[in-house]
Design a protein around this ligand. Structure first.
Ligand SMILES: C[S@@+](CC[C@H](N)C(=O)[O-])C[C@H]1O[C@@H](n2cnc3c(N)ncnc32)[C@H](O)[C@@H]1O
Length: 289
């Protein structure tokens, strides 16, 4: 998926994104900010910020003498973040539309660098994840913080399996038979996420990137799988990507089949358990992929 495809998916998700924020994105983003132990006056870089699940609490943590640069590809989510910042009278946060793999920091960043780099459920979307994150870590001052949230192994698995089974059925029905040309394999977000999906793997990854004093916390989050929540989660996340290629009638059918299947399979909760991993940057590593 190209960066403009990703932007389109997350732009389309924006109104549903907010609906699942209290249960999914919000608690993880807030936990990440607490774990980073930000101080008043800090300048923070938040990448793949979406509507600000971690960037907004970061702005509150660093206060009016600090600043948060929050970067994302999805314009509609950024606009949502700007509205929330305005509602909360937070004037120290800039929501910037850019691809973080090519974005360059503004000259207002302190010479020594950012006090912290944060990304909640974002790094695994970056093509060549390690190289992309290494590049961003060079913008963090020595002794600065680095923190991410990611899904724990098994999180969303049963939910995703049921969903993609239904998607597969409907795609098979409407397949055009157009052959897809072979392309060089680039690690997918799923493959990248699987490299850092338990505390040991995440700690090793943070250490390899040059972090010391690494800590990983498990945030258990088992959300009742009501019909409303299940479908809002599909529409308010990357799950929606295949739906954006379908006509309205097919989307209605997918919704109905999916909700029936999760009932049949006895999926009463959605496991949205996350890991919060943090470390202190003592020096950056190469990050070849
Ligand atoms: C699952 S959302 C998480 C958003 C937010 N951090 C949160 O926890 O609510 C992932 C976000 O990564 C953004 N993203 C993916 N690739 C990106 C890139 N190359 N540059 C900037 N943003 C990117 C998407 O647009 C999306 O908003």
């Amino acid at each position: 998926m190209t960066s403009s495809d990703l932007a389109a998916v997350f732009d389309a998700s924006s109104s549903y994104f907010a609906k699942v924020t209290p249960q999914v994105w919000g608690p993880a983003g807030q936990s990440l900010v607490f774990a980073l132990r930000l101080q008043p006056g800090d300048t923070v870089l938040d990448v793949c910020c979406g509507a600000g699940a971690s960037a907004l609490p970061a702005a509150a943590a660093v206060g009016p003498t600090g600043r948060v640069h929050a970067i994302d590809l999805a314009d509609d989510l950024l606009e949502e973040g700007r509205l929330i910042a305005s509602d909360r009278a937070l004037q120290n946060i800039d929501f910037v539309h850019a691809d973080v793999t090519t974005w360059e920091p503004p000259s207002s960043v302190p010479d020594a660098g950012y006090a912290a780099l944060a990304s909640s459920f974002g790094v695994f979307f970056l093509p060549h994840m390690d190289a992309a994150v290494s590049r961003l870590l060079r913008l963090v001052r020595p002794g600065g913080g680095f923190g991410v949230t990611v899904w724990r192994s098994g999180a969303l698995d049963r939910f995703a399996a049921a969903y993609y089974e239904v998607i597969g059925r409907h795609q098979a029905n409407s397949a055009t038979g157009t052959p897809v040309p072979p392309t060089r394999h680039v690690e997918t977000p799923k493959e990248a996420a699987e490299r850092i999906d338990n505390p040991e793997k995440l700690a090793a990854w943070l250490t390899d990137l040059g972090a010391a004093s690494v800590a990983v916390t498990v945030l258990s989050n088992l959300i009742p799988a009501t019909e409303q929540f299940a479908w809002d989660l599909v529409l308010g996340s990357g799950f929606r990507a295949p739906l954006d290629q379908m006509n309205d009638d097919t989307v209605v059918a997918v919704r109905s089949d999916f909700l029936e299947l999760i009932t049949d399979r006895g999926i009463h909760t959605v496991d949205a358990t996350a890991l919060v991993g943090t470390g202190v940057i003592t020096g950056w590593r190469g990050g070849e992929d």
